[in-house]
Ligand binder design. Structure first.
Ligand SMILES: NC(=O)c1ccc[n+]([C@@H]2O[C@H](COP(=O)([O-])OP(=O)(O)OC[C@H]3O[C@@H](n4cnc5c(N)ncnc54)[C@H](OP(=O)(O)O)[C@@H]3O)[C@@H](O)[C@H]2O)c1
Length: 372
């Protein structure tokens, strides 16, 4: 008898926009995945999508989430519609008996996310937010380094995510009816990585600048944790930011280079924070060390030559490089298939509770803007 463990997992994609195409392209990197259906408001677009990313002339096009959900040939639906549609689309798919991988943000707020999670738990179907960053091999490496104590106790996390986006009030970025705003589109990554590394914050404050449509176009958040750690998160729809993440611990720093949500380079630098009183420079305030520090030429020599040399000799800096094939969406898809084959309902790397917790943080930020 053939079981789900040795059959290819049959995927459907709901919505045929930009990310659906990128995801379907990466799905082709997985030999045990097959694209069998598409859900689209337009039969022509749905057909063209399947012809481009599935087998030409094969697979079914469905006109709605409800119709797609009734297709017994589909194991799992990848929901790639705008955020404001996620709740209804996910619930329709789960109620129809399909597993779900839903694009980020999973929903527009925590209440909607809880409603989806309730249906997933009631129907017993696998369900996960497509927070692909969490499944990227180098993000896995970062978590491993932090968990192994390689940078000591985490004290500070900073991350920023911003690229200029053309202003179109009708687009999903700026249209409030489609769940527009930088926080839901980009801030969700910085908050999700903070949640992954530090857990639930005890306090959340933030400020946002608004676009003419009333959605947030730039936002900065300060999150504090019971451990004493802090996180500073910035996202923008309008400006190009560094798009890096920095995790600062008591014994080292991890820099996740741009783009931090799908990195190909991570640098770990070891250092030890001084404890106790700050030692006086050799010879006191007028001594040779203090004089050296005041000289720009000496400072340049120390910073540009001596320090990198010492670092190299002490090997206190390590770089991890990984260039993955495709766009990097195949890792989340592979995780979904692994869990479905194992009969599991969630992934421990992106649990529904964690998704809800991140949306609670985003909700708290919006309340903080409103109280300003
Ligand atoms: N993981 C990532 O890297 C990543 C990147 C970009 C976006 N996303 C997420 O993916 C989702 C879709 O983003 P996208 O950039 O792919 O958007 P998009 O290009 O606008 O595509 C969304 C698709 O959803 C369908 N749709 C259903 N109802 C719609 C409605 N009322 N208005 C507009 N489209 C509707 C449309 O497909 P049909 O015309 O075929 O019905 C449309 O092409 C968002 O939640 C976004 O946050 C994730």
């Amino acid at each position: 008898m053939t079981t789900v463990a040795d059959k290819p997992i049959r995927w459907a994609v709901l919505g045929t926009g930009a990310i659906a195409r990128a995801f379907a392209e990466d799905l082709r990197l997985l030999p045990d995945a097959t694209l069998v259906a598409a859900g689209s408001r337009s039969p022509e677009k749905g057909r063209a999508f399947l012809d481009a990313f599935g087998s030409p002339g094969r697979g079914k096009v469905h006109g709605s989430a409800e119709e797609l959900a009734r297709d017994p040939e589909v194991d799992v639906v990848y929901v790639a519609t705008p955020h404001a549609r996620h709740k209804d689309d996910c619930i329709a798919c789960l109620e129809g008996g399909r597993a779900v991988l839903c694009e980020k943000p999973f929903a527009v707020d925590a209440d909607e996310a809880r409603a989806i999670a309730d249906v997933a738990r009631r129907t017993g179907k696998f369900c996960m937010e497509a927070m692909w960053m969490r499944f990227h091999p180098l993000i896995g490496k970062v978590c491993e380094l932090v968990a192994a104590g390689r940078i000591g106790r985490v004290r500070l996390f900073t991350a920023d995510f911003g690229y200029p986006t053309s202003y179109d009030p009708e687009s999903r970025f700026f249209n409030p009816a489609l769940g527009g705003g930088g926080l839901l589109d980009r801030g969700v990554y910085t908050a999700s990585l903070a949640q992954m590394l530090l857990g639930q914050p005890s306090e959340v404050v933030g400020r946002a600048a608004m676009a003419p449509t009333g959605v947030d176009e730039q936002e900065t958040a300060l999150l504090t944790y019971d451990s004493g750690a802090q996180a500073v998160l910035t996202s923008s729809l309008r400006s190009r930011l560094r798009n890096e993440a920095l995790i600062v611990g008591t014994e080292g720093t991890i820099r996740v280079h741009e783009p931090f949500f799908a990195p190909s380079r991570v640098t770990l630098t070891r250092h030890v924070e001084p404890v106790g009183p700050i030692p006086e420079a050799a010879g006191g305030p007028g001594g040779w060390k203090a004089k050296l520090r005041r000289s720009p030429a000496a400072r340049r020599l120390v910073n540009d030559v001596a320090r990198p040399l010492v670092r190299m000799l002490k090997r206190d800096s390590e770089t991890f490089v990984e260039h993955v094939p495709g766009g990097g969406y195949q890792f989340e898809a592979a995780e979904v298939m692994r869990r479905i084959r194992a009969g599991e309902r969630e992934s421990p790397i992106m649990t529904l509770d964690d998704t809800i917790a991140v949306l609670e943080t985003l909700d708290a930020l919006r309340r903080s803007w409103a109280s300003a």
